[in-house]
Ligand binder design. Structure first.
Ligand code: FAD
Length: 357
């Protein structure tokens, strides 16, 4: 006789910082839960960050719930420090976790949801999706991009500057990724920075900590129905980390407006002139990685799921944590995700405590 599949209380899809922070609060509820993560090891998207990547906040401002990120001797934490922190965080709390498991679909069943990964499946009364954005890099459409014979690479897959040494490179995108990659590629390559509008640089003394404080202040004011002056600086503006300051001192931190189209060997600018290019590095951001939710029919025209807070408006058993501002203030940052993970767990515990569920 076939063994009936156990119905867990909660499945968390994704084992990055958002998944772990959610598990931290679930662990204290007594509910049964399981994390399914597509990576080969701990760290979520940080496993894929480029070699020189550093946080733009100090360690004490880059922690998730319960256990602080260990301090670093000098400057801001490097990528490997974050991976090590998340690895030790997992060990510390001994979360039930399976990897690598890439969830491909979710289906509604009596009293819950079935989570599929190829031939395998699990069932739970509630699901939290924390799959982040890294696996869904965004590249804007430029005419004739497919005819361009040079190399095209998204920042999601950028590792280091060395392979671009001596080449003619376009770095496209005006956020922090664009500024930081331009800063190091410009040391070894003939590089041009291309941004849709003039990049917004924060004052040298503003780091991620100040940005978070300002965002929190805006959030509080909104909660209390107070109006406040919009402070300078959004979470996407360029933070003047040391390599970017150094690039400014070298005189290379200048951006030009975009080209109109690609040619076989390069790009054509609005004035009709053509530049030969060996490689284009797209630092043009990400979209939420929600392919596994398509089977529920919840993805809207913006490629998102409609939510109230973190709960899917049209699927009462589904929550989304992480991703960006649309699922909660600063939810795609280490320091910001805790608040959303906590409120999500409280909602799930209440929902499941209701006899009907
Ligand atoms: P992720 O880390 O992407 O984790 C999602 C997990 O889900 C991954 O392990 C993935 O494999 C898994 N997954 C995806 N799809 C599936 C599926 N279908 N089935 C199963 N598992 C799946 N934040 C800061 O706080 N400070 C900073 O200084 C900072 N700097 C940044 C610099 C860069 C260049 C970037 C790109 C981001 C930075 N961030 C920073 C933002 C943020 O902290 C990260 O994007 C963070 O990784 C988001 O965490 P997450 O858990 O939501 O998603």
């Amino acid at each position: 006789k076939a063994k009936s599949k156990t119905l867990l209380d909660v499945i968390i899809i994704g084992g990055g910082q958002a998944g772990l922070a959610t598990a931290y609060f679930l662990r204290r509820t007594g509910l049964s839960y399981l994390i399914l993560d597509a990576e080969d090891g701990p760290g979520g998207a940080w496993r894929h960050g480029w070699n020189s990547l550093r946080l733009f906040s100090p360690a004490t401002w880059s922690s998730i719930a319960g256990w602080m990120m260990p301090p670093v001797a000098d400057g801001y934490p490097a990528r490997d420090h974050v991976i090590d922190y998340l690895s030790r965080y997992e060990e510390r709390y001994q979360f039930p976790l399976q990897r690598p498991v890439r969830v491909t679909a979710i289906e509604r069943i009596e009293g819950g949801l079935r989570v599929r990964a190829g031939q395998q499946h699990w069932q739970a009364r509630a699901v939290v999706s924390t799959t982040g954005t890294w696996s869904n890099p965004y590249i804007p459409v430029y005419p004739d991009a497919e005819s361009f014979q040079g190399q095209q690479l998204h920042s999601a897959h950028y590792v280091e500057a060395q392979p671009f040494a001596g080449k003619r490179v376009l770095v496209v995108g005006g956020g922090n990724s664009g500024a930081q990659i331009l800063a190091e590629v410009s040391k070894v390559a003939d590089s041009t920075w291309v941004t849709a509008t003039e990049p917004l640089f924060l004052p040298d003394d503003v780091d991620g900590r100040v940005l978070f404080e300002r965002a929190t202040e805006r959030w509080k004011a909104q909660q209390e129905g107070r109006a406040i002056d919009k402070p300078v600086g959004g979470l996407g503006d360029v933070v003047m980390v040391p390599p970017v300051v150094e690039a400014r001192e070298r005189g290379v931190l200048h951006a030009v407006r975009p080209f109109t189209h690609f040619t076989r060997n390069g790009v054509v600018w609005p004035d009709g002139s053509e530049t030969e290019v060996d490689a284009v590095i797209w630092c043009t951001g990400f979209r939420p990685a929600l392919g596994h939710l398509a089977s529920l029919g919840l993805i809207n025209d913006e490629g998102r799921v409609e939510v109230q807070g973190t709960r899917a408006t049209h699927e009462p058993r589904l929550w989304l944590v992480g991703y960006g501002e649309w699922t909660g203030l600063a939810s795609a940052t280490l320091i910001g995700v805790t608040r959303n993970a906590r409120s999500t767990t409280t909602e799930i515990a209440q929902f499941l405590a209701d006899k009907e569920n």
